[in-house]
Design a protein around this ligand. Structure first.
Ligand code: NAD
Ligand code: IPM
Ligand code: MN
Length: 343
């Protein structure tokens, strides 16, 4: 039986880049069925809520979730925001480990962002005097499981891990630092370094090539991963995989719905296509196809750059080039229905 991929186009450029991912997926030798479901602002318009129950049910029972982007000025004043659907989905699937790789030239790093805790999910409200509050909360278990992910990844890469916090000010960060230090004893091969988020942001801009695996809490990871994207070519290139301990992962670009360019054909689908590659690797267990797709995207980036990279290619033309490049590496063979030709 074929595996089901739940596809959530969302808003703005979300549907535009997801369309390219679906074209590319159809060109790959994988036995999957895709279903498209309303999500985000589009679902608010259609069903009154950003994460309708049928969408959530389909995501829960899917092999993986492929997501465009949500949000836009249209819903900014609304009682329910599209972003609430994204947070609800991440929480429902308990995809606590958000891997955000950033790679270009000498730079090759991964931000491992905690995704279902901290300020995003702590108590919030309005006091009688009108004061508004959001709270940052973490318990030991939440910290330990994400820090372990960081160590695991670091042990497969350079064996260097930097844990980013604000332990000079925040109690949650002091817990984070304590737990990271304790967990380190289980990974004697990995060198752990602690860094404060403010000076680490500077380091990320000034010497990104010296950084390998970064593990950090939700809000710091949100901000630092956009910075990492910027130092490696921009948001049009940055992909992500959100993984739990079991169940489907969510694969989505780091960027948002880019309302400023939506509908113009200028969206760079590379971030979405690299997220598709992460889905092939982590969601479908096909690292061979993931590598072929990454190579095809790299090739299209040189031959048909989109406007964000100084080129003139449209979103669709970029997709065409990726499909053409894939045809060179993924070809039918006699023994197997499909095989990846090593480069
Ligand atoms: P954004 O990431 O949408 O855009 C920031 C800038 O990067 C814009 O100038 C945009 O044109 C450019 N950009 C982004 N993706 C691009 C691409 N693929 N190709 C070319 N240029 C690209 O961030 P924003 O403008 O701050 O947010 C817009 C909306 O998106 C907000 O409603 C926000 O909440 C939402 N958002 C959603 C997600 C998500 O769904 N995962 C992520 C971030 C922001
Ligand atoms: C991201 C986005 C989301 C986040 C928003 C849209 C809720 O910025 O995926 O980086 O803050 O996590
Ligand atoms: Mn973000």
């Amino acid at each position: 039986m074929s595996e089901v991929i739940a596809c959530l186009p969302g808003d703005g450029i979300g549907p535009e880049v997801l369309e390219q991912a679906l074209r590319v997926l159809a060109a790959l030798p994988v036995d999957v069925e895709t279903i498209e479901l309303p999500f985000g602002g589009a679902a608010i318009d259609a069903a009154g809520e950003p994460l309708p129950q049928p969408t959530l049910d389909a995501c829960r029972s899917a092999q993986a979730v492929l997501l465009g982007a949500v949000g836009g000025p249209r819903w900014d004043g609304a009682a329910v925001r599209p972003e609430a659907g994204l947070l609800g989905l991440r929480q429902a699937l308990d995809v606590y480990a958000n891997l955000r790789p950033a790679k270009q030239g000498e730079v090759d790093l991964v931000v491992v962002r905690e995704l279902v805790g901290g300020l995003y999910f702590g108590a919030r409200g309005v006091r009688d005097d009108g004061t508004v509050f959001d709270t940052c909360e973490y318990d030991r278990t939440q910290v330990e499981r994400i820090v372990r992910r960081g160590f695991e990844l670091a042990s497969r890469r350079s064996r260097r891990l930097v844990s980013v916090d604000k332990a000079n000010v925040l109690d949650t960060s002091r817990l984070w630092r304590r737990v990271a230090t304790e967990v380190a004893s289980d990974y004697p091969d990995v060198e752990l370094r602690h860094a404060l988020v403010d000076s680490f942001a500077m380091e990320l801009v000034q010497t990104p090539e010296s950084i390998d695996v970064v593990v950090t809490e939700n809000m710091f990871g949100d901000i630092l991963s956009d910075v990492a994207a910027a130092v490696t070519g921009g948001l049009g290139l940055a992909a992500s995989a959100s993984l739990g301990d079991a169940g489907p992962g969510i694969f989505e670009p780091v960027h948002g719905s880019a309302p400023d360019i939506a509908g113009t054909g200028a969206a760079n689908p590379a971030a979405m296509l690299r997220s598709l590659a992460l889905m092939l690797e982590h969601g479908l267990g096909r690292p061979d196809l993931a590598a072929a797709l990454v190579a095809a995207v790299d090739s299209a980036l040189t031959t048909v750059p989109t406007p964000d990279l100084g080129g003139t290619a449209t979103t669709g033309e970029f997709g065409d080039a990726v499909i053409a490049a894939l045809a060179d590496v993924v070809s039918p063979s006699k023994e197997e229905p499909w095989t990846v030709v090593p480069s």
